[in-house]
Design a protein around this ligand. Sequence first.
Ligand code: RIB
Length: 299
Amino acid sequence: MGFDVVVVGSINQDLTVSTRRHPSPGETVLGLGHRWGGGGKGANQAVAAARLGSETGMVGRVGEDEPGQALTAALRAEDIDVSCVGIDPSEPTGLAVITVDEEAENSIVVSPGANMGLTPRQVAECYSMLEDASVVLAQLEVPVESVIEAARAPSGLFCLNPAPAREIPPELLQLVDVLIPNRSELAALASVDLPSDRKAVLEAARRIEGPRSVVVTLGHEGALVISEDEVLAFAPSTVEPVDTTGAGDAFCGALANSLARGEDLSIAAQWATLAGGLATTKHGARDAMPTREEMERVL
Ligand code: RIB
């Protein structure tokens, strides 16, 4: 039996500063406080899937430094298999500098460090973890060639969260079963202006050739599932957000968790929408990933 979910992606240390408003270019603003936490879209999504009960493996890379050791230990403590987390002798562990304003909106700069040293070769060496996984889930904070290598592994479903927005080779898009962009990533991939309403989101998603299905996360507007034969809208849960960092990661991890259980995409998207909403009610990224108990309490 293979893993339920294997995540191929980034592992970062997050430095989050709360602020009344985001600074404009050239401006300094005084923050309201800061905190260090675990992050990286890959690691966050792995934690989300594991907390919801998936047997989860992580393929990634950290530096040979204290943050790298601590982040790997934290993933292990979440029952995630870290045997495919490599250690880079020359680059530091990835770092994300995040600001969160009073509206709970975040902006993020990532210094990828060791994450960019995740080579296709390291991914190929992890085939024993990837093959037979029910779901392989990847993002774009690691080299695209390595994501392609992961997508080629003989696993069940391959899901791609195209974050942050980057150019994606058509070869990779052809290998995607479920693409999970947010509104701006969708616009970049479809080469259109930011879609303002559902009709525009649908049109943009239909322009992307390759993926079998597209699940668009729309923040406080919920999510839209677009497959060849159906379009389904999912309303968000009513929550009081304090920090939107990691909401997309909670969504992706929960979607993978549900798909790995054999649920169909509509059930999985409903579950994922709930997880994304719950993640906004806590500060931080990894720390905000909901547990199964928290999800069931809300259900
Ligand atoms: O999606 C949120 C994540 O993006 C943060 O944890 C940060 O590390 C960046 O990767």
